[in-house]
Design a protein around this ligand. Structure first.
Ligand SMILES: NC(=O)c1ccc[n+]([C@@H]2O[C@H](COP(=O)([O-])OP(=O)(O)OC[C@H]3O[C@@H](n4cnc5c(N)ncnc54)[C@H](O)[C@@H]3O)[C@@H](O)[C@H]2O)c1
Length: 373
């Protein structure tokens, strides 16, 4: 292989005029330097250094490394003066992911993904309200969750509710918001309730198709609407002084809703005849964008989680119907395996906590790379 010598004059150094910016600013981004043509101001210090550092002191840091030491380059990541302070700057990373001092509602929490996530939210310090249409949650995991809650002094309750019944959803959510402790208001919801049905598109009867849409889309909308109405009512009633009295003054005072979409809202699953389910999940992925647009400025973020195949009661039922799916699913996963519900603890915690404070109207696809090919 021959090596090529590039004349100094041609080495990567492009000068670009940046419109609408004062000419005393200059920017350095990776290998391309943007700079104004006017004479730069005296060297400044780098904002990420603990101690102020003169770039011409003979000790250049990586951001200042450049061919010509007399020129100033480097874009401060955070302006030192002017503008509001970054809202989360005072929080440690652990605090960013903490859910203490808040209550989170989890639907579909009788089993599977919902129950696993309910457990993990207790772990992160939240009080948890579990909702499902099933009269009782799954025995063992629920008693584990109860033990965890009591060991941490947190509240965990269970409510049987059909999320397709809008009036019942409204009235339960009104009670939940009203009865949440003042020190732990309802500020989050993970909505996992959903149903699936395998059926050929040529045979799908109207009532069954509507049934899927009713739970997966209408239900998602009803719980989100009830959550937002009650949250905004709570927020209006809460004076700044009251918020300070319970020690919430440092919080962003926002709420986060996470709906469960699916990778099936993005693709047709090879070998799986479930047009209603996939259409409903695509609807959920779109719903979050509209709700995020309507509620963002009122402090409510709305996002969706789109999981790939999870080993749960839902997939066990599909595999019992069509055992050959197991092989097809394994071949479709870039990781060569299906997921387990616990693998969604991190993604959901991220979306519910302040760690994702600038994320809304988005879909987080966690599918082992299934839809990447
Ligand atoms: N299992 C997977 O492979 C997979 C993949 C992608 C997305 N998802 C989605 O993740 C979510 C959880 O799935 P899972 O695997 O834990 O399923 P699951 O069947 O184990 O749990 C779903 C829960 O929702 C509840 N539910 C259903 N209809 C309801 C209603 N009308 N009102 C209240 N509760 C109701 C059920 O009783 C059940 O407890 C679902 O939305 C599902 O579509 C699952």
């Amino acid at each position: 292989m021959s090596s090529m010598i590039i004349p100094r004059a041609l080495r990567v150094r492009s000068t670009v005029l940046v419109h609408q910016r004062p000419c005393h600013q200059s920017f350095r981004a990776l290998s391309t330097t943007f700079s104004c043509l006017a004479k730069p101001p005296p060297p400044t210090t780098h904002p990420t250094q603990h101690e102020d550092r003169n770039v011409q002191s003979g000790k250049p840091v990586a951001e200042f490394a450049k061919e010509d030491e007399t020129k100033v380059s480097g874009l401060p990541e955070e302006p030192k003066e002017g503008g509001p302070p970054p809202p989360l700057a005072g929080k440690t990373v652990t605090e960013l992911f903490s859910l203490s001092n808040r209550t989170v509602i989890v639907t579909g929490a009788a089993r599977g993904l919902g129950l696993t996530i309910a457990h993990s939210l207790l772990d992160a310090g939240a009080n948890v309200v579990a909702i499902d249409r099933t009269p009782e949650p799954a025995d063992e995991p629920w008693s584990d969750a109860l033990k965890l809650a009591s060991s941490k002094g947190l509240k965990l309750s269970y409510h049987s509710l059909d999320i397709t019944d809008q009036a019942s959803v409204s009235s339960l959510f009104e009670n939940l918001f009203a009865s949440a402790p003042e020190s732990a208001p309802v500020r989050g919801m993970f909505h996992a309730a959903g149903i699936q049905l395998l059926m050929s598109a040529l045979e799908f009867p109207a009532d069954k198709f509507r049934g899927i849409i009713d739970v997966n889309i209408n239900g998602s909308f009803f719980v989100s609407q009830a959550f937002a109405r009650e949250y905004l009512k709570w927020k209006e009633n809460k004076t700044k002084a009251k918020a300070k009295a319970v020690g919430n003054e440092e919080d962003l005072d926002g709420a986060s809703i996470v709906l469960t979409g699916s990778m099936s809202g993005h693709v047709a699953n090879f070998g799986l005849e479930c047009a209603a389910y996939n259409a409903s999940k695509a609807g959920v992925n779109q719903l979050v964008k509209n709700l995020a647009m309507e509620w963002g400025k009122q402090g409510i973020r709305v996002n969706s989680l789109s999981p790939g195949y999870i080993r749960s009661a839902m997939t066990a039922q599909l595999l019992a119907q069509k055992p050959e799916l197991d092989d097809i699913w394994h071949r479709g996963s870039l990781l060569g395996r299906l997921s387990t519900p616990d693998e969604f603890r991190g993604p959901v915690l991220y979306m519910l906590s302040d760690a994702s404070s600038f994320m809304t109207g988005a879909d987080l696809l966690v599918d082992g790379g299934h839809t990447a090919t």
